[in-house]
Design a protein around this ligand. Structure first.
Ligand SMILES: [Zn+2]
Length: 475
């Protein structure tokens, strides 16, 4: 049971709601390019200290950007996470919590809608099958809201995941074709969102990307299981055939990690092509460029193997975040920001860069100076009004994780970013404070209408139930 709301917590929440002071300030960026990647842990990238060269292209971007060392999504599931990012609202405020089938209602005002209202071109290129445009009869709902072009042309199918996708070279090619057309037409002001899919399981990179064989120590591989959501087992959509294991079936968890890293390398190479095109065309310098992931991935932590959508702990909800502001070329090194930030901050940031006014928001513009040292930020798996739920609340120093399947856990972000040491038993007062903070934060929600659930076609339903999926896609 949550405790009653305390006045201090309410005041804390109200002071954290950001009220924009801008009234059409001079625009900082002529265009915004938002690159997101599915299922990408921050700690597998060079700019976050990883020892493998998975991210040469993004490291080059990072050298001219602010690198956020404590950036978080609001849900470890694709559609809720990205809906939250694009709306600036928490998942349950837009009716999107656990399932990828819930589409944001039309009442939600997205980044793209505000940008388009301000007269700029908007386009999106998405590559995960769960991001396909909802059926027309559902109306103007979901992530496509506000995009003049919402390109969801996906022809590839991944091994054992019966949902379409688009691989990195095809996604980059589509985005580059659109950019070239803008160049030819002389249209250089726009908001472009490109979502890559490759690190999402199953980990099946092309052979030329498979360069990390057996160079990390491994843990013993758990048994395969025909279900998602079972601890100490590999989800069915992830299970790799013998030929992919390169002869290391026994003790082969490291082999899965090798292939996960190779998928990141694959994504990075092609995201780099988009960035290089912008440089070559002179469209890089006066752009705001943001890179992040929708969520992370468990690689064995807490008994969850090669999956997400199962926990709100750091491995599934901490994300990379790079923000490169206009005029940053030639910076000698990356700027690091240790303060906690959230996907909730990206809508205010993008609108701020383009000089587009926004209403009061939960997040802050990252262009307005350092983010607050203390403010409530949260992540959800399910709705806190339901019995089976996990959520996390942080005040910037501590992070409390409540999961209906686990003991309550408390972590100090600065010293334990991977959330491995539970300090809850020794700090009951902090636990109590964070519970009160969460209740006030949760109750200060806006009402934007219920989500609409995307119907599932019969063929997909049959394919999924045959594989034991409960939600459809491994999230
Ligand atoms: Zn995802």
């Amino acid at each position: 049971m949550l405790r009653p709301v305390h006045l201090w917590a309410v005041l804390s929440v109200l002071s954290a709601l950001w009220l924009p002071s801008c009234g059409g300030d001079a625009r900082e960026a002529r265009r915004v390019i938002l690159i997101t990647c599915d299922t990408l842990r921050a700690d597998r990238l060079g700019m976050y200290g990883y020892q493998r060269d998975t991210s040469k292209q993004l490291d080059r971007l990072a050298a001219e950007a602010t690198v956020y060392d404590s950036a978080w999504c609001t849900a470890p599931v694709t559609v809720p996470a990205l809906s939250s990012l694009h709306s600036g609202l928490l998942p349950h405020e837009i009716g999107a919590t656990y399932t990828n089938r819930n589409q944001m209602p039309s009442e939600v005002v997205t980044i793209a809608e505000r940008v388009r209202q301000a007269g700029l071109t908007t386009a999106a290129f998405v590559s995960n099958g769960v991001l396909k445009r909802p059926p027309a009869e559902m109306g103007d709902v979901g992530l496509q809201q506000g995009f003049e072009l919402y390109n969801d042309d996906m022809k590839s199918r991944e091994l054992q995941r019966p949902i379409v996708e688009r691989v990195a070279p095809d996604c980059a090619d589509a985005a580059l074709e659109w950019l070239q057309a803008r160049k030819t037409a002389g249209e250089d002001e726009f908001f472009l969102w490109v979502h890559f899919q490759d690190p999402h399981g199953p980990y099946t990179p092309p052979p030329e990307m498979d360069v990390y064989k057996g160079k990390l120590d491994g843990e013993r591989l758990p048994v395969a299981d025909k279900s998602v959501g079972v601890r100490n087992a590999i989800p069915a959509y992830q299970y790799l055939p013998e030929e992919s294991m390169d002869g290391v079936r026994d003790g082969g968890a490291a082999r899965y990690a090798d292939l996960y890293d190779a998928e990141i390398r694959y994504f990075d190479q092609h995201a780099g092509r988009v960035l290089q095109w912008l440089r070559d065309q002179g469209w890089y310098e006066d752009a705001l460029i943001i890179f992040t992931a929708d969520h992370g991935e468990s690689l064995g932590e807490r008994g969850w193997w090669f999956c997400h959508g199962e926990s709100v702990h750091a491995e599934q909800t901490r994300v990379p975040l790079l923000v490169r502001t206009p005029g940053a070329s030639g910076a000698s090194k990356a700027t690091r920001e240790a303060r906690m930030v959230s996907h909730l901050d990206l809508k205010p940031t993008i609108l701020d860069a383009l000089g587009v006014e926004t209403a009061a928001a939960r997040g802050v513009s990252l262009l307005a100076g350092r983010p607050p040292a203390e403010r409530p930020l949260s992540a959800y798996l399910g709705n806190p009004s339901q019995s089976k739920v996990a959520y996390a609340i942080s005040d910037g120093r501590w992070r409390l994780v409540l999961d209906s399947r686990d003991p309550i856990s408390l972590h100090e972000l600065g010293t334990d970013p991977l959330e491995q040491v539970n300090l809850a038993p020794a700090n009951p007062g902090v636990v109590k404070q964070l519970l009160s903070l969460h209740e006030a934060w949760f109750q200060a929600q806006s009402t934007t209408g219920a989500a609409k659930e995307r119907p599932m076609d019969a063929a997909t339903q049959r394919a999924l139930s045959g594989l034991g999926y409960t939600d459809g896609d491994g999230h």
